[in-house]
Design a protein around this ligand. Sequence first.
Ligand code: CA
Length: 551
Amino acid sequence: MTQAGWGTPREDVGIVLQGRNGNAEPLILGRTGRSLRLLAVGLLLILGLACAPDRAARPNILFIMSDDHAQRAVSAYGDSLIETPNIDRIADQGVLFANSFVTNSICAPSRAVLLTGKYSHVNGLRDNRDAFDGSQETFPKLLRAAGYETAIVGKWHLKTEPTGFDTWRILVDQGQYYNPDFIENGVTVQRQGYVTDVITDMALEFLRARDPEKPFALLYQHKAPHRNWMPDTRHLERFAERDIPIPPTFDDDYDGRLAAAGQDMRVADMYLSLDMKLQRDVYETETGTGGHPTYDPTAGWEDDYRRMSDTQRAAWDAHYDPINAEFQRERPQGDALARWKYQRYMRDYLATVASLDDNVGRLLDYLDEAGLSNDTLVVYTSDQGFYLGEHGWYDKRFMYEESLRTPLLLRYPAELDAAIRQDALVLNLDLAPTILDFAGVRVPDAMQGASLRPLTSSLLSDAPWRDAIYYRYYEYPHGWHSVRPHYGLRTEEFKLIHFEGDLDTWELFDLSVDPHELTNLYGQEEMRVVQEELHEALRALRLELGDAAPN
Ligand code: CA
């Protein structure tokens, strides 16, 4: 078994050049694990090397963020669940980060990390109950101060009003899929249409009306594919006949993983009303358990249905009436019910992604038509990943791979090569410094991430980079899904997690042989040396990040 070897060069993980710009094969950039620490200052000194001569002084920024979008549901990441040709355009013409992670896999906290470039314990937003302190420094504020016209359209979800934007048009809280309510520069307005289309219309309105004398920074943030996955009418049939493959870990028994056993986020327990969209006379005869003990799953779902126009509702009913009838006829139970729910969940989830991809295409087309593509840095990411049936789950929160990972694509033709795949361990924490760096704005010392810009060029592929990431999740016992608070360290090969509180258990996975994280190796004699090294690295990283009570 290979040991991690922190702090020393890894000769076996070099840069692998498997093609050049323009070839079918992507250019693959790897990283030597030269140092555990971020060396952001050193990286800043060599940035000039990456500048191509035709680069604009200040690129426009288009920051695209979806909500709960798993890497597996972006076809550029290589899975066959769905084709996302428009999102893939960003990867085909830019950089795909294959190992992109979040620091706290839950919605509002992740958004705060993205805005501030700081971990949750520093920016103060640890879980979904907290409100964002809008007085703190964020990358949109810094861009605005540097002369950018700034805007956010779509999902905000941070409780306090946006700060640092010339224009803001945000969904109220989580937002609705149909005919949603927005707060537009302080005024609440209901907009007609499907949420993903409406947000894109707003993005286009901003771009068309913007000040042409200034570069723009547009945060274009979607509700989709967040629960409860209500597809647009034009995508209702898209996956209706598709038999979605069941993940190999769907029937996980959580052996050796107490926190995994203690969660409340199994597909088998999804609500028949909220999640499955069954009608009241159908679901009232069943007990749809799970989700949240104090939440009425009929309320939100029936409100969303009532918001539809007659035309929308007619299309909706034409699709879901036969599903209700089938359920009443078949009455699946036990494993059959869990599998029936999985198919229903995935078909709706993927249909909301299809709309998302269409709309990303509309915006990329506009950039092309307006002659803006070359000088615009496009970022595509999600606030975190999501379980698409792995371990039998939906939702996120855990430090296990499927929710720890998030899609991350960058495109900036004026500077970056096309079709680059980067394997370095990167974080959502890095995006604020990255955007500021590309914009030529000094990255504040207080930001804890590092610019990804040196990772986007083969010229700079020897630059040092981190070889471990730190993660921490807080939301327990309040909140949804009963996931215990935990923190941990992930290296290229290993993951060490400490579940705090009543469980107080450790987990250790060797990702090189156990990518699904089914075998907890913590405490096993053959892991003794690795385990101690991981503990030491975790202690050091917590101390460095100011989140430590090391002993
Ligand atoms: Ca989310």
